[in-house]
Design a protein around this ligand. Structure first.
Ligand code: SAH
Length: 384
């Protein structure tokens, strides 16, 4: 019978032969959609600073893994690693490794070229990774298909425009109760797909709709829920933090399922596998799925997060250092793209998972010697 939207989305995006990310994965100006790290180097630099600031606030542990989910072309990681290199004196005694979770063979190849200059070893014998290499700045990098393959240990996690690519279930409230939206063949038009409603409740309707739900149309991404549960368990057990950045809402929006091809809206059901399919991230659901194992911060708007991280100061420095008008115009243009509320400033959000002790002293009776430093981005960055 007709598959659920989630099944359709999974096949269209990550089918090993015909999936969009597997074959095409068109991030960037020449692709189908553009993301913040592809717009400006400043974005990745400030995120690099965020990790260093959290690493310092957590007492400078002697080792950490930086784990990125869905690294796209690898641009964001490249910018972060450049910051780590520039601040090598701060990180000198810390053993850093990079772990990329990527399902697309095509994109992992692009990441390998970007980050290592193609010096990679496929299927290393003694590792759970499917590929490994050394970054141009000398940091070991490993590739995995699933977060569960990443070895345990103190880790900082990053998910930028990752959760919006995971399959969603769609539900519609009707006179007869909740029904699931399915994808069917249109009997009237050959080769065309259409949405239909399940004739009765499906297992997903029973399991994924919150009893207190008041909207009449809901999208739920259980895969995002499972990944957040894993991140929260790992952070609770081994320490670290996760930073999630994506467009989304806090449990208020309804129909956000969209397709993009060549930077234009594309009907989600036409020519599956040739367009990027995405749905807004429901941060209220992610918060719920952390199940109190970690504290959560956000969502906070991208323009507020970047302002707190010092984007204005960084822009001034870059403008002062650039001699030609074209570069200065480019810097101002990309700043506007990231920060303007009508562009990416308001619809993109930052959200973090942090160990409880990062926000509240474990024993409140013990008078803390010094107050806990505020979490950068969600508060103004204070780097000594
Ligand atoms: N973070 C990048 C790319 C975003 S596109 C940027 O902001 O530019 C989404 C990324 O997630 C791609 O790299 C895609 O191949 C990857 N991806 C999609 N589904 C995935 C899954 N189930 N597991 C791992 N990676 C996935």
């Amino acid at each position: 019978g007709p598959p659920a939207v989630a099944e359709y989305m999974r096949e269209a995006l990550t089918n090993p032969g015909q999936g969009y990310y597997t074959r095409r994965g068109g991030v960037g100006e020449s692709g189908d959609f553009i993301t913040s790290p592809e717009i400006s180097q400043v974005f990745g630099e400030l995120i690099g600073i965020w990790y260093i600031s959290e690493w310092m606030a957590m007492g400078k542990p002697s080792t950490f893994q930086l784990v990125e989910l869905g690294p796209g072309k690898g641009t964001l990681m490249e910018d972060i690693l450049r910051v780590f290199k520039q601040l090598a004196s701060v990180l000198s005694k810390c053993d850093v490794s990079v772990h990329l979770v990527e399902v697309s063979p095509k994109l992992s190849e692009i990441q390998a070229v970007m980050l290592t200059g193609r010096k990679v070893q496929p299927n290393p014998e003694d590792e759970s990774a499917y590929m490994k290499g050394i970054s141009k700045t000398g940091i070991p990098i490993f590739w995995y298909r699933d977060i569960q393959d990443v070895p345990p240990g103190y880790s900082f996690y990053l998910a930028h425009e990752f959760f919006d690519a995971l399959p969603i279930h769609k539900f519609q409230q009707t006179e007869k109760g909740w029904r699931e939206v399915l994808v069917d063949i249109d009997p009237e038009v050959p080769d065309q797909l259409r949405f239909v409603l399940s004739p009765s409740r499906t297992p997903a309707t029973q399991n994924f709709i919150q009893p207190e739900e008041t909207r009449d149309h809901v999208e739920v991404c259980p895969e995002a829920g499972v990944i957040v549960q894993r991140l929260a368990s790992r952070i609770e057990k081994d320490g670290g933090a996760a930073l999630v950045a994506d467009y989304g809402h806090d449990g208020t929006k309804t129909d956000t399922f969209r397709g993009f091809r060549n930077h234009k809206l594309h009907h989600v059901l036409s020519a599956p596998g040739t367009a990027d399919l995405t749905a807004d991230v429901d941060f209220s659901y992610l918060r719920k799925m952390a199940q109190g194992k970690t504290a959560t911060l956000g969502p906070i708007k991208q323009r507020e997060f970047l302002k707190n991280m010092g984007i204005d100061l960084r822009l001034q420095v870059l403008l002062q250092n650039s001699g030609d008008t074209a570069t200065r115009e480019q810097l101002l243009h990309s700043y506007d793209m990231l920060m303007n509320p009508k562009k990416m400033g308001d619809c993109f959000n930052f959200f973090a998972l942090l160990p409880h002790h990062r926000l509240v002293h474990p024993d409140k009776k013990d008078k803390p010697k010094s107050p806990l430093p505020p979490v950068a981005g969600f508060n103004e960055l204070l780097l000594k």
